[in-house]
Design a protein around this ligand. Sequence first.
Ligand SMILES: [Ca+2]
Ligand SMILES: [Ca+2]
Ligand SMILES: [Ca+2]
Ligand SMILES: [Ca+2]
Length: 239
Amino acid sequence: MNNVGRGTKGFTLIELMIAMAVSGIVMAGIYAAYEMQVKSQITNQALVDMQQEMRAAMLILEQDLRMAGYDPTENAGAEILEIRANSVAFSMDAAGGNTDGIDNDNDGVVDEADEASFPDGDLDDGNEVIRYVHATDADGTPYLGRSMAGGAVSPVAYNIDALNFVFLDEDGNPTGDRTRIRAVAVTMVGRSGEDVPVLFFKQEDNTVYRNQQGDVILEAPNDNFRRMMLSTVVKCRNL
Ligand SMILES: [Ca+2]
Ligand SMILES: [Ca+2]
Ligand SMILES: [Ca+2]
Ligand SMILES: [Ca+2]
């Protein structure tokens, strides 16, 4: 008998090679589908994280900015202190009632702890001067930073490529006069992480980012990050 070329299970070498080639093609197809799925999971997660972080940061900034100039006693002199394209500082009298010698809540007891959130006519109660700034950490990651009472800047959100403020008067026109500011237009551009993962739906970002006034706030990055721009106008009802 001539059994040359037959395997133990009775396949010829050529049959075996065809079977391997076919299974190789099938495996490659399965792998490609798997890779697509992983890529879309990683990409979607990065986009969701970016959106959540940016929206949360914008919310914090809005809440603070709405309090700018809050001065119910009219003795504290709360105001907007600094107006720049990528930073803003302002004061508010939002605390100190626990040390002002007045029974702020009219419960018969003067200066108990729960009077701390009453204004006391000054701006020295810890968190009454707030500043937001666009900064970069030691690794070169850009972030939205916040500081209180002239203290250290702490990050509110990382991977913020642009932060832009436009200060508006009562007619909604940009103004450089701090005393005429009634609202602040805030625009932020954030990106999808610290680096672009290998398994990522890459797409070159050629967008030139502009604020609502049409000014360029970020030149076309021409990289593979995904980006999102958020804009809002905060009315400062205390100014
Ligand atoms: Ca005080
Ligand atoms: Ca009291
Ligand atoms: Ca008091
Ligand atoms: Ca105060």
